[in-house]
Design a protein around this ligand. Structure first.
Ligand code: ADP
Length: 304
């Protein structure tokens, strides 16, 4: 288990983390979710031993990050947000280099490199210099470097930001494999659909505070309520707000109200009277993104 005990961290006057406290079960896939600047990277850097000055402590599989930093580092694979690779080397030589840093060598290392290249879908690019790689391929290789030593905890900081669909798919498949192998995976993102799809537990972080956490099922059941999605010419946020708390989305509005069916009936009546012909008018279950907004008042990104 990972036991986070009252972790706080300030950078000068900026409080990046404020008394964070929660647990993550061994073998689970935990999604740390929050907008840019929420404190996700700071938390991850503390967890993996990169940032050493902070208040509180984290026990990773019964070892304190503060007191047993080297031991904790040895069973963690950390993939930072910024890609860290040797540009002039081939994919295989990068893996060789990082593998040696983790203390691997000989036939074992060569075997691990073959397995990892296959896992990240780059076997056929093994001998290519990475200057020829796309951003997504580099990111996959970066993840490969971090899992060579078969870490029991894999920490990925926003691994799917700005990459192509093929690489995104490959990273999802890899996370799935890690889960099946029993690794604990901690993954930060501001893409809610991804987290809802991949993770079985979740933590919401906003302005350095953990506002909700638990199993995905628990968080969804606790806060989930039906809402109405409306897309219609001639109706805007102001009019819809009369029916309930209204959030503007890319293609329409979500209206949260106590009795969505009844409210929908009233809307239909008003639309008919006003000659409004909606493109879409449907009941929808609140998604993780809506729950985050409801709890924090913060949009994760520009209109989901
Ligand atoms: P996230 O990963 O969720 O985007 P961060 O952990 O990177 O958030 O940042 C949390 C807060 O701490 C932000 O206000 C950010 O500007 C600040 N911050 C992060 N790193 C530093 C640093 N090295 N020096 C000063 N402020 C920082």
């Amino acid at each position: 288990m990972i036991d986070v005990r009252g972790v706080s961290k300030s950078y000068g006057s900026v409080q990046a983390l404020n008394d964070i406290q929660f647990q993550i079960d061994e073998g689970s896939c935990f999604g740390l979710v929050g907008p840019n600047g929420a404190g996700k990277s700071t938390f991850m850097k503390i967890l993996v031993g990169v940032l050493q000055k902070f208040d509180g402590d984290i026990q990773v599989f019964n070892k304190s990050v503060k007191q047993n930093r080297q031991a904790v580092k040895s069973f963690i694979g950390y993939v930072p947000q910024d890609i860290c690779l040797e540009e002039l080397l081939t994919a295989k030589d990068n893996l060789m280099y990082f593998g040696r840093l983790y203390g691997l060598s000989g036939e074992h290392l060569r075997k691990r490199i073959r397995t990892v290249l296959d896992q990240i879908g780059l076997s056929d690019k093994a001998n290519q210099k990475i200057t020829e790689f796309s951003g997504g391929m580099k990111r996959r290789l970066n993840i490969g470097c971090a899992i060579l030593h078969e870490p029991s905890l894999v920490v990925l900081d926003e691994p799917t930001v700005g990459i192509d669909p093929q690489s995104r798919h490959s990273i999802f498949a890899l996370i799935q494999q890690l889960k099946e192998r029993g690794s604990t995976v901690i993954y930060s993102s501001h893409y809610m659909e991804e987290v809802e799809q991949i993770c079985n537990s979740v933590g919401f972080i906003d302005k350095g505070k953990l506002v909700e956490h638990g199993t995905m099922k628990h968080v969804l059941n606790k806060h989930r309520s039906a809402s109405i999605f409306v897309s219609a010419d001639g109706i805007g946020k102001e009019e819809l707000s009369l029916y309930g708390d209204t959030i503007e989305k890319k293609t329409g509005f979500t209206v949260n109200c106590d009795d969505p069916l009844l409210t929908m009936g009233k809307m239909i009546e008003q639309f008919q009277q006003s000659g409004i012909n909606p493109e879409r008018l449907e009941l929808s279950q609140a998604r993780l993104e809506d729950i985050f907004f409801y709890l924090t008042g913060t949009q994760l990104r520009d209109n989901g």
